[in-house]
Design a protein around this ligand. Sequence first.
Ligand code: TYD
Ligand code: MG
Length: 457
Amino acid sequence: MPKSKSVFVCQECGYESSGWLGKCPACMQWNTFVEERQAAPVKGTHVQEGFTKPVCLGEINSGNEDRGLTGMKELDRVLGGGVVRGSLILVGGDPGIGKSTLLLQICNTINSGSKILYVSGEESIGQIKMRADRLGVKRADLYIVSASNYETILTLIAAEKPGLVIIDSIQTMYTDAITSAPGSVSQVREVTASLMKLAKGTGITVMIVGHVTKEGAIAGPRVLEHMVDTVLYFEGDRHLSFRILRAVKNRFGSTNEIGIFEMRDSGLVEVSNPSEMMLSGRPGNVPGSVVVSSLEGTRPMLIEIQSLVCATNFGVPRRMATGIDYNRLTMLMAVLEKRVGLQLYNFDAYVNVVGGIRLDEPACDLGIAAAVASSFRNVPVKEGCVLIGEIGLTGEVRAVGQIDKRISEAMRLGFKSVIIPEGNLKMARQIKNTKGFDICPVANIQGALDLIFEAGG
Ligand code: TYD
Ligand code: MG
């Protein structure tokens, strides 16, 4: 009888220790250690990998990349053009954000090759049926099972031979090989590793749902991300109806793309024209509101940035950034003080990106600075104007990538002018059909502000 070993595992980061610790030396969290028993491996069970010879790259036949479309364009784009057969995809997100809804919905349209097995450890089959009815999911070869034991699931997979298995959620699954509780780091890691082997060995595509902890990591966190092929995060404000699907890791495509959905009564609806959605409800001609053209992957998106600058009541003025980097905001405000002469030091400043979007692109700098300046001067930005440009510490406006896409999007949505960095002018001139649309190059932030406030001050 092999002796079982007991280890203490940090439930946040997976750090292992032979004794209990109050504070995890790896992630610095307190009270995260839980004792987990690990049965020592039975002798002789280690599978010897067959002897393999290295093969010259040129001689390897990769075969055709076998992808199945999910039938949801937004999801297909995030995945890099559909689901690769035999891959393991992890969909993470806050509880209640819509992960189960998304996966159940794609069952209707996905090209999975053969049957789909939907394993839920969270809901009964009756509840899933109710949800499926509401979402209009009617696929004949979709099989639902409520189970959470990994060995049971394996038996089911062997019997049903599905082409796609959906596991909802990984935190509810447990394997008999480990005695620790479902949802613990060891269980989550072990079950995921076994699913990975299953996917690679049989060519079955596996999608797993993973809930995210308060700190924003998938429970059993980093441990899972490096094991799977693709990690998608489903995010958004639960109080707003927009949902954004983002690839954090993708072995079969780029991680720059995002997919945008709207949660309605009848489930998730794709938003194929995000700029229009982001700008709906935008107040006309008010100080502190500007529109920037940001690029998410290959797709340009027009997004509104709002700012409010008001006199401070405290010794140290407050700065608050939602949707943009706080340090970037303070840097841009410093540039405005020094290079433009705006005396912001005794004013609070709040900046918000509308729609719960996060903008990390430097190309939005000019928009952020203009929003702050507009609110400070209490003068609206020139009507129908989109701002593009990165700002440097000397106040210069620097060129950004893919200016043509950004400008075309502004034109498509009926804007009248765009302010761009001088360095981008040559490329912008190549855009066709710009009649009636103003492309204004600027060299520095002062020049940009002169242009956008020309109307009123
Ligand atoms: P769900 O997919 O259960 O979330 P998760 O699996 O990520 O925990 O989504 C639940 C939320 O979605 C719930 O708060 C209600 C909302 N919802 C709708 O608004 N419309 C719908 O058609 C469905 C199925 C859910
Ligand atoms: Mg769920």
